[in-house]
Design a protein around this ligand. Structure first.
Ligand SMILES: [Zn+2]
Ligand SMILES: [Zn+2]
Length: 123
């Protein structure tokens, strides 16, 4: 899906990339073809969980619609049980125990922490 590629970048800061998707989603009638899945959803949902208060209702509706689209609570919990590798130390973690750097969009464990070279944060 194109939207997943937009979220995963590269490009302007995550906030701007997602803002564009939210605008398109609303403008085009809120179809599911504008939502995000997989790693892009994980990034969006983790990041938005910290930033929701800074955004308007369109953002929260977009995140909620994507959440429903990946299968709601069951889909999210299944995603959290998936395993992936920290791209810093190569240790394997469940998604519920690993973060993602919003600068380079790589999975990053909390022991490795924020990347000095990246403007993003680990969410
Ligand atoms: Zn690591
Ligand atoms: Zn990074």
């Amino acid at each position: 899906m194109r939207n997943n590629r937009v979220v995963l970048g590269p490009g302007p800061p995550l906030e701007e990339r997602v803002g564009g998707l939210v605008e398109e989603w609303i403008r085009d009638g809120r179809g599911s073809d504008h939502l995000v899945t997989g790693k892009a959803f994980f990034a969006l949902y983790s990041w938005y969980g910290r930033r929701w208060a800074e955004h308007d209702i369109g953002w929260s509706e977009y995140v909620a619609a994507s959440y429903d689209f990946i299968g709601g609570r069951n889909g999210w919990e299944a995603m959290l049980r998936e395993r992936t590798e920290c791209e810093g130390c190569r240790d394997t973690y469940r998604l519920e125990n690993i973060g993602l750097c919003t600068g380079c969009m790589r999975y990053t464990c909390y022991a490795c922490g924020a990347h000095e070279a990246c403007a993003g944060e680990v969410v």
